[in-house]
Design a protein around this ligand. Structure first.
Ligand SMILES: [Zn+2]
Length: 338
């Protein structure tokens, strides 16, 4: 057994620990038992230390294991295991923390940590439309964001999740979904990504830990296609603006005027990509009042077309999955007049 020069001491240092993990010359002292209990890889490694021929280096009387991870990533995973599991399993986490849990959890077979990271990502990018809550799906968030845009404390982008992820993390999320075969994240992640401008879509982005993320050439091409598909879907969703009032309309003159006025006010918005924004946007964006017969038909059309758009996104990314799986997370209703 050989001795090592003393590395810097990391944030996780359990005095009674019996193994030292070293990353980037920073040492972490922890218990073998906890790591071995959750990870077969560590369990096998620690067993090999018992061999009489083992050449494992020693520091502070403990075997030393050199790892190739970064200090912040390893710190997160060791904190989740030893120091503050409550925060990592129930508190609010940043993208970088979730990314570390996914990558190191997968690498070391720490399944519960990997699964927790996946659960957090799924909260933001779910595989069904009803749970997909962000500023480009829920008009209440969209319009509140517009009001709060001057504020220094913007509302969370994914308020139903226990994360601080923002729309700009979509580049990294798409890469993680590809790398770890989390295909179910892709429809929602590409939808969020397509809300950005085309330069952002293809550019590289640096996360809070200086890691650079960029879409593959193929995914960048796909994202630009999705953007065009969504613009088309937005125009389809507002097709009613060009059409005569609904059969049974209570006030055709006023309902025709409301359509014309709305079209004249929002024609420039028909080129946007937020085709999954819910029907409450009609109340925000309509100029003039539609009678309740027309409003009912417009809202019904809107919900049908949202479902069609979502299903098309799922079909694009989840080919090879069964129709039953797709139908579970989407739905189709018979077409109405619009
Ligand atoms: Zn009407």
């Amino acid at each position: 057994m050989s001795a090592l020069p003393a590395p810097f001491r990391g944030d996780v240092w359990l005095e009674d620990g019996d193994v030292i993990l070293v990353a980037q010359n920073v040492a972490f002292k922890v218990f073998q038992e906890t790591l071995a209990e959750h990870s077969k890889l560590f369990s096998d490694l620690f067993s090999s230390f018992q061999s009489p021929t083992s050449q494992v280096p020693v520091l502070d009387g403990c075997p030393v294991v050199e790892l190739s991870d970064t200090v912040p990533d390893l710190t997160n995973v060791l904190q989740a295991l030893y120091i503050d599991p409550a925060r990592y399993f129930t508190g609010t986490l940043s993208f970088c923390e979730i990314s570390a849990m996914l990558r190191l959890g997968h690498k070391y077979g720490l399944v519960h940590i990997e699964n927790e990271a996946v659960r957090r990502l799924r909260q933001c990018f779910p595989d069904n439309l009803e749970e997909f809550v962000c500023s480009s799906t829920i008009s209440a968030i969209c319009y509140r964001e517009a009001e709060d845009s001057e504020s220094n404390n913007p509302p969370p982008e994914f308020p139903n999740s226990s994360t601080t992820l923002c729309a700009k993390d979509s580049t990294a999320v798409i890469n993680l979904a590809r790398a770890y075969k989390l295909d179910f994240l892709l429809p929602a992640a590409f939808y969020v990504h397509a809300q950005q401008d085309s330069t952002f879509i293809i550019d590289s982005h640096v996360d809070g830990r200086s890691e650079t993320w960029k879409l593959s050439e193929e995914d960048a091409k796909t994202a630009l296609e999705v953007r065009e598909d969504l613009k088309f879907a937005s125009r389809r969703i507002f097709q009613w603006l060009y059409e005569p009032p609904q059969e049974g309309c209570l006030d055709p003159e006023s309902c025709i005027a409301a359509r014309h006025h709305t079209l004249s006010q929002m024609w420039h918005m028909l080129d946007q990509c937020d085709a999954l924004l819910d029907g409450n946007r009609i109340y925000q964006e309509s100029q003039g009042v539609l009678c309740h017969v027309c409003m009912g038909a417009v809202l019904e059309w809107h919900e049908e077309q949202r479902a069609v758009t979502w299903r098309a996104l799922q079909m694009k990314f989840l080919q090879g999955h069964t129709n039953e799986e797709l139908l579970l997370s989407s739905y189709m209703t018979p077409s109405s007049k619009y």
